[in-house]
Design a protein around this ligand. Sequence first.
Ligand code: HEC
Length: 210
Amino acid sequence: MKITSKILYVGVTSVVMLAASCSKDPKSTGLEYMPDMYRSPSYEVYTNNPNFPDSLTMQAPVKGTIPRNYTFFNYPSSNEGYEAAGRDVKNPLPLTEQNVSEGKRQYEIYCVHCHGASGQGDGSIVALGKFPPPPSYSKGNSSRGGSMRDLTDGKIFHTITYGINLMGSHASQINPEDRWRIVMYIHQLQNDNKPVASITTTTDSTKVKP
Ligand code: HEC
């Protein structure tokens, strides 16, 4: 009796499986005995959504949407934008040795060949005589007025982001956090390459996206 029912079970299962699997079309899913499992009731991402005029499920964010934890640097690439940023924007990262030394590392990648190791405007391409020397951070004057020594957080960040005259924008190469770390190191170079007095030894690596 037991053997008979086993044979019957195997027989019935095989017939069902055969019925479900055999098809001339190799891409066919075969017999659909639970259609919901094959055909998801959710909308496709890029097509056929009747709820939106463009029939896409994936909609662009509403105009003016800002990602979480994102601080907007809403200053145009102009003298007015430069002055406004210089007045209103403060470095959002804590002034720590760790941030300054990372800023130095980035400076030595992106800025040193023009501005020089100690920020005197004597980088390697200037030494070749092919490029006019940028003003010294500690002794020079800004082409936008005032001394380089007095450049604020926002002015330096604006310059790295948009560039100024012969200096190009570095926005595509350096992310905003690293730009802020470089700003810290520039303050040290303005201060005759001596650490800025208010530096702490905390190793806070707070993530901020300006
Ligand atoms: C290709 C050479 C070059 C590179 C690379 C370069 N700079 Fe400059 N930078 C200049 C020149 C030239 C000036 C002066 C421009 C002017 O005012 O006419 C300048 C000016 C500046 C100023 C002063 C702007 C002001 O407010 O007057 C700052 C700050 C500055 N650079 C920071 C940086 C930092 C930080 C980097 C690296 C991320 C960098 N630069 C990379 C050439 C360069």
